[in-house]
Design a protein around this ligand. Sequence first.
Ligand code: CDP
Length: 310
Amino acid sequence: VLCWFYVFPGYRLPRDKDIVAEVLRQGDVWRKNQTGIDLYRDLLTKCCNPKKMFAVTKENSPIGKVLWYDGEIYHSHTVNSETYQLFIKENPLPLPLKKCAVVGNGGILRNSKCGKDIDQADFIMRCNLPPLSREYVEDVGTKTHLVTANPSIIEKRFQNLVWSRKTFVDSMKVYGSSYIYMPAFSMAPGTDPSLRAYFALTDVPSNLTMLFANPDFLLSVSKFWKAHGVHARRLSTGLFLVSLAMGLCDEVTTYGFWPFSVDLDEQPISHHYYDNILPYKWFHAMPEEFVQLWHLHKSGILRMKVGHCS
Ligand code: CDP
């Protein structure tokens, strides 16, 4: 039924209403497709080598290595003895990861009661330091193993850490002993805030570990999805994490990926589960990404939870 927009992704996206109809038609039917899962893991390993490359490590970025920023034209950082010491030795994730939950920030999570479901996963990934306060726990859960932090959040929410670092360090406690995954070498203005966040977390006793996203990995993942019909200036954070999860985990379930203005009952919903701040229009292509992910859902390669968890 969805063929017309698989054939020409990006040319004509279905309306929100048509997406709702399609998702309702599919209902709860989902059958795991192990061959498909293995195939995608192989494809992602070949293109992007997430096991070795997802973070900047001492292993993949020795002194003298030029890190080309993936979000800039001709901007680079040459690893020196100062930056080298900030990098983790090698991929620290406890591989292989079994059941992974990738939690997007979509408003569809509100009143979803998916918190328990999410918390049952072995490895839980979240995007952009999302709020996990008591009012959201029932819908989004409490546990986190890896959370991304966009440098712009450090600027906007924490005054670039130029003043007090306490608010930042305190607010990171909800993420327990997670990995904080920051694209420090993606856009030039993002490097300083990322390094400040690194020092804020290492200067005090903290259970959190900072990982810098490897720009080579991000670039290769972008190319992978471009070849699969996602034409965005930049992929959404969520799609980077889903790609990472598909490369590293035995099973992937996504929550909160629903970039549409209405829910499955066609009631209006907010963009995020905690606010309604919309993204720059031409920056991401979230509906296009959704279509790709939904295709993987229908093929049994990953599972998308939209709507309520029972
Ligand atoms: O950094 P970015 O703007 O990409 O993300 P965000 O708004 O913090 O949300 C995290 C991720 O959740 C996004 O990158 C999307 O992949 C996903 N999302 C979605 O699918 N639908 C929404 N309504 C909001 C977010």
